[in-house]
Design a protein. Structure first.
Length: 202
């Protein structure tokens, strides 16, 4: 584990420990499947050693994923555990807000999580995971747009100037459409200057 990953894991774990105290819970159940599942597991396991379990939400259909989500809820209830989801800040800003109340990686962009986990987005040869944001020009391009817009507070037009022209409008629509849902976001450990649910309500 790199020094940076260790430091971030410790920061997240500190917030998660307090969440356990606040809710009188004994551990965590993670709805896995996202790229950062291992990083999320590391933080939860540090906060509650031996009291964390992952339910993998992998499948080709929404029905399959929802079945696993229901299984995770039942398991959490049985074990007096809190539900967590390793969704990234990228996903949250694009309106992909899961119902799980804990979002340990919600202040890290997809590219940051990939770097911390030693992952690579699909490239030549296709040996790595497929890029979930290829339709917008790729994860790196999407994260750059979101960073410029929300962290650097540039105008929307400036933020998306590097994206393919044909997707700029739809990208902006997707981000703006998720604004109301972001106001009801779960707990996100603060790791940056503008964190969803803490000081980022745009």
């Amino acid at each position: 584990m790199t020094e940076r990953r260790e430091r971030i894991t410790m920061l997240i774990a500190g917030v998660l420990r307090q969440a356990l105290v606040d809710h009188g819970a004994s551990g965590f159940v993670i709805l896995g499947g996202a790229a950062g599942t291992d990083l999320c597991l590391a933080a939860c396991s540090r906060a509650a050693p031996g009291q964390t379990e992952v339910v993998h939400a992998e499948g080709d259909t929404l029905q399959t994923i929802e079945q696993q989500r229901a299984r995770a809820r039942l398991l959490a209830a049985e074990r007096n555990a809190l539900l967590a989801n390793p969704a990234s800040k990228t996903a949250l800003l694009l309106g992909q807000l899961p119902p799980e109340p804990l979002l340990p990686l919600g202040d890290l962009y997809e590219t940051q999580i990939s770097e911390l986990c030693g992952l690579e987005i699909e490239g030549a040869g296709g040996a790595a995971a497929a890029d979930p944001y290829a339709h917008f020009g790729g994860t790196a391009a999407v994260d750059l747009a979101l960073t410029r817009w929300f962290e650097e507070r540039r105008s929307a037009a400036q933020a998306v100037a590097h994206l393919p022209e044909q997707v700029r409008g739809s990208f902006l629509e997707v981000v703006r459409a998720g604004r109301d849902r972001r106001r009801r976001i779960g707990l996100v450990p603060k790791l940056s200057t503008r964190t969803l649910g803490v000081d980022l309500f745009d």
